[in-house]
Design a protein. Structure first.
Lengths: 279, 398
């Protein structure tokens, strides 16, 4: 049977892109690096005690006492197994990838909610981005951006963006028709409609998308340590390659703790802290 | 003054409405045929009507009759396929986006069946929404919102959330939101249909009493005939996108334009609609107070009745005399009727509803007099005419 030369064409395509668009990739690389370094500088630079206080306070505000307590204990565990700095590096990568995914994903989601054609066209692309085994992104990313944190972050953005795009679009589409009609009847401009009605009403769904995007970023950031992105992934990778179960487990534990803290906090954003009493 | 005028309005849903429009204009194609043969639906079919300023104009029809489509054409939430919609003599169908937005912000507002409040905003923020969209400053719009809330009786709920309020209260918020921009025209799309019967009645009364103060031009959509008859100054009945009849509540009840309307009005509680004026009988048999007892007795005998109403020179009602008392007077050789006039007669105005006549009859042995403000007799009502009025078999003295 005839073998479709898909892989070959992809290689040719990637080669062409590296040859012809190298300046473009360089610009992206510097931009990513700037953001990653910036976050890393802040997270690692802030002394542990102060950082701990900040995170615990945020956890208390958004998710309450229990999460704050968990955050405190979790952070102390990470500190005591001497993984705090690496955790902060991973966190910087996650933050970068998430911020970039949001900056691209939310407007794209809004656009998709308004155009059925775009919505149809984007769906297979989003499926592709999300289901393609994450490792596969690493190869072209290295081609374009060399080794280091940038290709990892780029691959992470691609892998983690679909939920925020999908759920932004879904959230806006789910705004009740009569509310939309009412705001039209009162003379809203499209912009007023978006910011005063659609986004506020879609907020819970959009935040669910944010939560998923952060979780996916975290898992991908760990994987991208294979191309030298650094952070906790390095420890896990060391555990695997050197068959050091203890080291691997400690690295994995730190990832889990970071994931749980981020998950609990982002899940409680946007939820009312206490239900109002009926007047 | 005519506030809203709709001329030959059509709305056809589907991929090629203009093509279907020419078919409809030409021939007698029914809604079903169009639906069956093409992918099109007719929302509104050649609707024309006028609404006077300060009038409550009710559009009534079953679901699918096109009434909601019609009302949405009036502020172009739905674009009409053809026809004109004049508001203050300007055809808004020709308006561009900016002018349309302006008129939606300032002149027309709308109340929705399911309230359509913004769940993430407090009551006062919801009410201020229209003003916020206009670009008013926070303080100013909150002040106006609070005023509107007072108007609908929701003072004290400014900071509540919509989900904390009952359906009736939520619709008061909807009404306050529509009133806050001080529009000339209110479009109310099945505004009370989602409410419990008791709350619904309360809201209808509230709307009527607000209307006394506000004099808005209101276009009200409903599928409930009782509601239409209660609040409408004029009613348009719609079927399959066509307005089959326009008239006052009494006209609709008394002269249904076709079988469809007749069937509709059959179940109506007529006591709430039919008025004294429409069931009263003309009466020629009255006596003047100067006439004297003999004239009175003769007139009663001629008309074979046992009592007769007495009026003064200006035909103003003085009371009633019975044949027994008048004969007694003759036996005593007295003439002056004033001695025996019974003033205990129920007098009503012609627009009194049958509903309100019934209790009067319970306590009165005489027919009820229908009179104008100066107590001049316009007609009289017998018990039997009330029953006939309820049954819908009244004869009219036209």
């Amino acid at each position: 049977m005839y073998r479709l030369p898909i892989g070959k064409y992809v290689e040719i395509g990637v080669d062409w892109l590296t040859d012809n668009l190298s300046t473009f990739f360089d610009i992206i690389k510097s931009a990513f690096l700037f953001v990653i370094d910036g976050f890393e500088f802040i997270y690692v630079g802030i002394p542990f005690i102060i950082m701990l206080a900040i995170i615990c306070t945020i956890a208390w505000w958004t998710a309450g006492k229990k999460t704050a307590l968990f955050t405190l204990v979790g952070a102390l565990v990470i500190k005591s197994i001497e993984l705090w700095e690496l955790t902060m590096k991973t966190f910087a990568l996650v933050t970068t990838a998430t911020v970039i995914a949001l900056v691209i994903g939310i407007p794209l989601g809004i656009w998709m909610s308004r155009s059925n054609r775009l919505n149809k066209g984007m769906r297979p692309i989003l499926d592709f981005m999300q289901t393609m085994p994450a490792f596969v992104y690493l190869i072209p990313a290295v081609y374009f951006f060399d080794l280091g944190p940038v290709p990892g972050a780029v691959a992470t953005v691609i892998f983690a963006m679909p939920p925020i795009v999908r759920l932004t679009s879904l959230g806006i589409r789910q705004v009740p028709r009569d509310v939309i009609e009412a705001s039209r009847a009162f003379g809203c401009t499209p912009k007023q409609m978006l910011f005063k009605v659609q986004i506020p009403l879609a907020k819970p769904t959009i935040l669910a998308g944010l939560n998923q995007t952060i979780m996916l970023s975290l898992s991908m950031v760990v994987i991208s340590s294979m191309i030298g992105s650094g952070g906790l992934g390095d420890i896990v990778l060391k555990g695997i390659t050197q068959m050091k179960i203890g080291v691997g487990f400690e690295g994995g534990l730190a990832v889990v703790i970071l994931a749980m803290i981020l998950d609990r906090i982002t899940q409680s954003i946007g939820k009312p802290k206490s239900k109002r009493k009926v007047a | 003054m005519i506030k809203v005028e709709v001329k030959n309005l059509y709305k056809i849903f589907g991929p090629a409405p203009q093509k279907i429009l020419s078919h409809i204009k030409k021939g007698t194609v029914s809604k079903k045929e169009i639906l069956k043969k093409t992918d099109h639906g007719i929302g509104v079919n050649n609707a024309s009507f006028q609404v006077e300023e300060g009038e409550i104009f009710v559009v009534m029809g079953l679901s699918g009759s096109g009434k909601s489509t019609l009302i949405r054409c009036l502020n172009r939430l739905i674009e009409p396929t053809a026809g004109e919609v004049y508001i203050d003599n300007e055809d808004i169908v020709k308006y561009d986006v900016d002018k349309l937005r302006e008129i939606r912000r300032k002149k027309i507002s709308m109340v929705f069946q399911n309230f359509a409040l913004l769940p993430h905003r407090t009551i006062e923020e919801n009410v201020a929404f229209g003003l916020e969209v206009q670009g008013l400053k926070l303080e100013e719009r909150i002040n106006k919102a609070v005023e509107a809330l007072v108007l609908v009786g929701l003072k004290g709920y400014e900071k509540s959330m919509p989900s904390e309020l009952s359906g009736g209260m939520q619709q008061r918020v909807g009404l306050a939101r529509a009133l806050a921009t001080n529009p000339d025209i209110l479009l109310m799309d099945e505004a009370f249909s989602a409410l419990d019967p008791l709350i619904k009645k309360e809201m209808q009364d509230e709307l009527l009493s607000l209307q006394v103060k506000m004099h808005k031009t209101i276009i009200f959509i409903t599928h409930d005939l009782d509601e239409a008859l209660k609040i409408g100054d004029k009613i348009a009945i719609m079927k399959d996108g066509v307005i089959v009849q326009i008239g006052s509540p009494e006209e609709i009840l008394k002269k249904p334009a076709d079988d469809y309307v007749r069937e509709f009005v059959q179940g109506v509680n007529r006591t709430k609609v039919v008025t004294a004026g429409s069931i009263m009988k003309n009466t020629d048999t009255i006596v003047f107070s100067k006439d004297g007892s003999r004239v009175a007795v003769r007139k009663m005998k001629e008309a074979s009745i046992s009592s007769v109403f007495v009026v003064d020179k200006q035909r103003r009602l003085k009371g009633i005399v019975t044949i027994e008392n008048a004969t007694k007077l003759i036996k005593e050789n007295k003439e002056d009727l004033n001695e025996i006039i019974d003033t205990d007669v129920e007098v009503v105005s012609p627009d009194t509803l049958i509903e309100d006549l019934i209790p009067l009859f319970i306590n009165s042995k005489y027919p009820i007099v229908v009179a104008d403000e100066e107590r001049k007799i316009l007609g009289i009502i017998f018990k039997v005419s009330v029953l006939a009025g309820i049954m819908g078999e009244e004869e009219y003295d036209v």
